[in-house]
Design a protein. Structure first.
Length: 197
């Protein structure tokens, strides 16, 4: 499975190069390592960054709090979840592309720079890179049965547009730190109580 991941990773790098995005390990991007996650995560993948480039330090103010951020990092560790590796190659590559965007300067979140790269890749290479994926749909595309039972403990609702997000775990700071991606509204969290028969 690791061999398959490496093959698809290099295919992604070649495709990006064709549209002028050179992302191979270099001084601008940093070192990129890719592997299959040791944990069976529900998420598709993750990109952890280490060794921030101190020359790209900036301050971001979110809800009155100042945060120190870095635009670039010298090391990126991409992990792809084991269940993704059972999907169709196109879905695996879509996940790899998503995580590769996070390696680009100013793209370690899902902000405007991330969206611009995703739009370019989707338009020119025919991908469907987005902030979040749809597991049920991807299982169908891969011809696999979707069995995951959705049990969530929290329901988070945007007070602006009414968007609903479900979470198994809830961090108290979530409603303080984050705003709705659609309208910028505040979130309110509710505990879901399941009735037992």
């Amino acid at each position: 499975m690791e061999e398959k991941l490496q093959r698809l990773y290099f295919e992604c790098l070649e495709e990006l190069e064709k549209i002028g995005i050179i992302i191979k390990n270099n001084e601008e991007i940093g070192q990129i390592d890719i592997s299959i996650s040791k944990r069976n995560n529900k998420r598709y993948g993750a990109c952890r960054q280490e060794e921030p480039d101190k020359t790209t330090k900036y301050t971001e103010v979110v809800n009155g709090h100042r945060y120190i951020r870095y635009a670039k990092y010298k090391k990126h560790m991409i992990e792809v979840s084991p269940w993704v590796m059972e999907m169709d190659d196109k879905i695996i590559k879509n996940t790899i592309m998503h995580e590769l965007i996070h390696c680009m300067p100013y793209c370690n979140n899902h902000g405007n720079f991330f969206k611009a790269y995703a739009k370019n890749i989707n338009k020119n290479l025919g991908y469907d890179v987005s902030r979040v994926g749809n597991k049920e749909e991807d299982y169908k595309k891969s011809g696999k049965e979707y069995k995951e039972q959705k049990i969530y403990n929290y329901k988070i609702i945007c007070e602006g547009c009414g968007q609903v997000i479900y979470r198994q775990r809830y961090n108290k700071d979530f409603t303080k730190k984050y705003r709705c991606g659609k309208c910028g509204g505040k979130f309110k969290a509710y505990k879901i109580i399941y009735k037992t028969k």
